[in-house]
Design a binder for this molecule. Structure first.
Ligand SMILES: [Zn+2]
Length: 87
């Protein structure tokens, strides 16, 4: 699923690095990183399972691991840009 979302939402940077904009902070995600580091990619559910969200692609996006964790169950519109530059 992560690859399908990256293909849908990604672009190639000027140095050839494949990146996707984080659906929460709108900063680029380096897709070479693992998902267990703060700047790494994770799958974000726009509407959480517990609130009736699904695994349909329309409900999913890629987000930095740190952004995903800091969001928790809040609606994505309650977040602004991250306070740190990850890349
Ligand atoms: Zn982010």
């Amino acid at each position: 699923m992560r690859i399908r979302l990256a293909e849908r939402d990604g672009y190639r940077d000027e140095d050839g690095t494949y990146r996707v904009l984080c659906c929460l902070c709108r900063q680029p995600i380096d897709m070479r990183l693992p998902g267990n580091v703060p700047a790494g990619p994770t799958i974000e559910h726009h509407r959480a399972f517990i609130d009736g969200g699904t695994n349909d692609a329309d409900n999913l996006g890629l987000a930095h691991s740190a952004c995903n964790k800091s969001r928790g169950r809040r609606a994505p519109t309650t977040l602004g840009p991250t306070s740190r530059k990850w890349l």
